[in-house]
Design a protein around this ligand. Structure first.
Ligand code: SF4
Ligand code: SF4
Ligand code: FES
Length: 283
């Protein structure tokens, strides 16, 4: 193992193995890059250096690796990828720490459960469709000033705050065995509108995912958000809902914001039972 605080033992170069893909549905392939070691790099800075040199370790000129990022401070979630086998944000993945675990190389792969757009950039639309399905928002009934809303108790705030930190990064769904990848091919002459409709139907049939379940619990526990709590529970008890969770608990262990996802899933399960009984009596 490399002792990285000792200048004498710092590596001269960092080997970076990247799983590349030239476009949606194309065959993936691996390329190895080599960049000079610098202290305190994160994975985004490594990718910037690879883009600047645009050649592999054996000198072959290649197109720069594509990736996504935004905030660079683990807030937007867009830079999520699989780094040395673990799904996480590349902006907060520190190379010195990664080299302590694996001094030989960094291995960068796109997330597994979303269609690849190119290289390390994926299409996370399904994640947002899940939030849409469970109506993960506070409904607005007008745009006039209606005064301040209902106050939240300290206990409610404490329960809600951790859930509100979700940045829709997708780590939880990428690690969930119940969340299977959906990648549809566009049919000949299919319009954008028809393709989107078909894609949303496929997303709605499949497991909505722990992030959406947790957000439904957040908004059902909000003084104004709970106005449409029954609609959220209808979505969570429909096809692809809470019943599909196998309770493997992978989601909670990879969430970078340490959101208590399994607590949310437990709450959603109990709320779903009450909702179903209520619906049965309302018949
Ligand atoms: S607990 Fe449920 S949502 Fe979380 S990883 Fe397991 S199956 Fe997926
Ligand atoms: S629950 Fe955690 S892992 Fe899942 S999308 Fe939100 S922040 Fe990411
Ligand atoms: S760039 Fe926003 S979380 Fe990494």
């Amino acid at each position: 193992m490399i002792a990285l605080d000792s200048a004498a033992k710092r590596p001269e170069f960092i080997n970076v193995r990247v799983r590349r893909q030239d476009g949606p549905g194309k065959e993936p392939y691996w390329q190895l890059f080599k960049i000079p070691y610098e202290h305190e790099l994160n994975v985004i800075s490594v990718l910037q250096r690879i883009a600047a040199q645009a050649k592999t370790s054996d000198g072959q000129k290649v197109a720069p690796v594509t990736w996504d990022c935004g905030c660079l401070e683990e807030v937007c979630g867009s830079c999520t990828m699989v780094i040395n086998g673990r799904v996480r944000q590349s902006c907060s993945a520190l190379v010195d720490r990664l080299l302590e675990d694996n001094p030989d190389e960094l291995v960068l792969e796109p997330m597994n459960k979303f269609p690849v757009v190119r290289d390390l950039m994926v299409d996370r639309q399904r994640l947002f469709r899940g939030l849409e399905k469970v109506k993960a928002w506070v409904p607005v009934d007008s745009y006039y000033n209606m005064g301040s809303g209902e106050r939240q108790s300290q206990a409610t705030q404490e329960q809600n705050y951790p859930l509100s930190q979700c940045m829709s990064c997708g780590c939880c769904v990428d690690s969930c065995p119940q969340y299977q990848k959906i990648e549809l091919e566009r049919m000949p002459n299919e319009s954008d509108e028809d393709f989107l409709k078909r894609q949303n139907e496929a997303f709605d049939e499949a497991f909505v995912g722990p992030h959406a379940i947790s957000q439904a619990m957040l908004f059902n526990n909000h003084p104004t958000g709970k106005a449409i709590a029954d609609e959220r529970m209808d979505a969570l008890t429909d096809t692809g809902g809470i019943q599909m969770c196998g309770n493997a608990q992978n989601c909670v262990s990879v969430c970078p914001k340490e959101i208590p996802l399994t607590t949310s899933i437990g709450r959603a399960g109990r709320a779903a039972t009450v909702h179903m009984i209520k619906k049965w009596f309302d018949k």
